[in-house]
Ligand binder design. Structure first.
Ligand SMILES: Cc1cc2nc3c(=O)[nH]c(=O)nc-3n(C[C@H](O)[C@H](O)[C@H](O)COP(=O)(O)O)c2cc1C
Ligand SMILES: [Mn+2]
Length: 487
């Protein structure tokens, strides 16, 4: 395995001087407050200990993956020859994907403490209130929520937010249509409660896969199998005593229980919680709950927190994968040539795509594939298509292309689709739906804004040339006069 557990990764951060231990904070405001400011300045990874009201050793870790270097390290992607190639190396690694089934083991550190029945007490852990206006303490942010399809062997692991409601009850918010939602509905349709595990603090690879920040594991493929592939060895799991579901053997804390159907008394008020889009769009509304029957935890457990901050440049995992990777795979599958990098430049869902134009309708073909207008939970999306001389990772370059190459009369399109995503800040209040057992959530019309900022193919050769020196001269100047430059 790349990492035995979360602690192995924290040790690596410590060795490289990137881990800052912080003592004596209050879980109410200070852990979240410090994390917000440090994340905004892309500062150190944080490990909080000696938290007010809690025993020494009961810790919280945050800001662990937010730089490209840390993300690459966490996923075992070589940083050499340069950080720029990390996205390509990661995509290559995934291209060779063969499912590696998890391996059941009988013991592991997660079993160091087992609480059942009346011993269950979720307040045992120093769960922070992450943002000032959050409506609760979220123990589950960068978690792995583990559920099994009742009809097949498929086991899913997704990051869905989980709040502590009382000693033995959590709330959980899963968007309609996500794998965890599809699975729980199958149990509810049979009149059963859905068995569930919430793993809080596990090694980085499963953590990353659960959130789809770096790769969206398709329905029917287990995140455990992808993790096994990336680790190069089967993922060690232990069966939960109540549900029989597999938990990471080296997890810090695992909560085990059942999600009852939203019928009857199934729902509890949930939220608000500062969301990854940078807003409180969900607000406080009814969501499903987890009836907790057992809690497993290591000695001196660590809650891993992934509390969203202002999204400008403050990603959870550096975004060289995720939806950008998926868009690239769709273009490749459709046989569209000349595609360069695809980068998520802003939250939520604004992408820049580089294309080397090869024929007259090339850009239209790209748009047709990127904008399916289908039923997705991404809400409104913006796509900016640029020529491949533009560095799509640099927002200033992309904006220059929009400002100088997009012809507004033909370069801008608005293409409708539908979505059921609840967190889009632009959904009008009356269209934001509550969960409903029979129908799920209401869909709404979500549009794609497409900005073609490419030079017109028909006269690309006579388009005004870009006024920078050619690469040879630039290289020569750099070689001789590099001492005048900072990079
Ligand atoms: C920190 C974090 C929190 C998230 N919280 C939620 C959430 O509360 N509800 C949700 O539906 N998706 C949430 N997501 C997004 C899902 O994890 C993501 O869509 C993932 O693909 C879900 O797993 P699935 O594809 O197996 O359904 C969150 C992602 C991250 C990184
Ligand atoms: Mn999944």
């Amino acid at each position: 395995m790349l990492w035995y557990d979360l602690r192995a990764y924290l040790n690596r951060l410590d060795e490289s001087g990137e881990l800052q231990t912080v003592l004596g904070c209050d879980w109410r405001e200070e852990i979240g407050g410090i994390t917000e400011l440090v994340t905004e300045e892309r500062g150190a990874a944080l490990l909080f200990d000696e938290i007010r009201d809690y025993p020494k050793g009961y810790r919280v870790a945050a800001n662990l993956f937010n730089t490209p270097r840390r993300t690459a390290t966490a996923l075992g992607i070589a940083l050499e020859p340069s950080i720029d190639g990390v996205a390509e190396r990661f995509a290559r690694k995934l291209k060779d994907f063969r499912p590696v089934a998890p391996e059941e083991v009988s013991d592991g550190p997660v079993l160091e403490n087992v609480l059942t029945g009346a011993e269950v007490d979720l307040y045992k852990f120093p769960t922070p209130k992450w943002h000032e206006n959050d409506g609760g303490r979220y123990i589950g942010t960068g978690v792995c929520v583990i559920q099994k399809d009742p009809d097949t062997p498929f086991v899913n692991s997704g990051a869905y937010r989980v709040a502590v409601h009382d000693k033995s009850t959590c709330t959980i918010f899963i968007e309609h249509g996500k794998h965890g939602d599809v699975i729980r509905r199958k149990y509810w349709e049979r009149g059963e409660k859905c068995p569930v595990l919430v793993s809080v603090g596990q090694e980085p690879v499963l953590t990353a896969l659960g959130s789809s920040s770096i790769y969206r594991t398709p329905q029917g493929v287990s995140e455990f199998e992808v993790a096994g592939h990336l680790h190069g060895s089967p993922y060690p799991v232990i069966r939960g005593g109540v549900t029989g579901l597999p938990m990471p053997a080296t997890a810090e804390i695992v909560i085990e229980g059942f999600i009852p159907s939203p019928d009857g008394d199934g729902l509890l008020p949930e939220g608000p919680f500062g969301e990854w889009t940078g807003y409180y769009a969900h607000g406080r509304r009814p969501e499903t709950r987890i009836e907790v029957q057992a809690v497993y935890h290591r000695n001196d457990p660590i809650i891993f927190g992934a509390s969203p901050t202002r999204p400008v440049g403050c990603d959870y995992f550096a975004s060289f994968g995720g939806d950008s990777l998926e868009a690239g795979q769709r273009l490749e599958k459709a046989g569209i040539p000349g595609i360069g990098r695809i980068v998520a430049l802003a939250r939520p869902h604004l992408y820049a795509v580089a294309v080397e134009q090869m024929y007259r309708d090339h850009v239209s073909d790209v748009i047709k594939v990127l904008v399916p207008g289908g039923d997705r939970y991404n809400g409104h999306q913006t796509w900016i298509i640029v020529d491949d001389d533009i560095d799509v990772a640099d927002p200033r370059e992309v904006l220059w292309a929009v400002a100088s190459r997009c012809r507004p009369e033909s370069g801008v399109q608005v293409i409708p689709g539908t979505a059921v995503w609840q967190l889009d800040p632009r959904i009008p209040p009356e269209e934001r739906s509550n969960p409903d057992a029979a129908h799920g959530r209401a869909s709404y019309t979500a549009h794609n804004l497409v900005i073609d900022a490419c030079r017109p193919y028909d006269w690309i050769d006579t388009f005004p040339p870009v006024c920078v020196n050619g690469p040879d001269l630039r290289r020569k100047i750099r070689a001789k006069w590099g001492h005048l430059l900072s990079r």
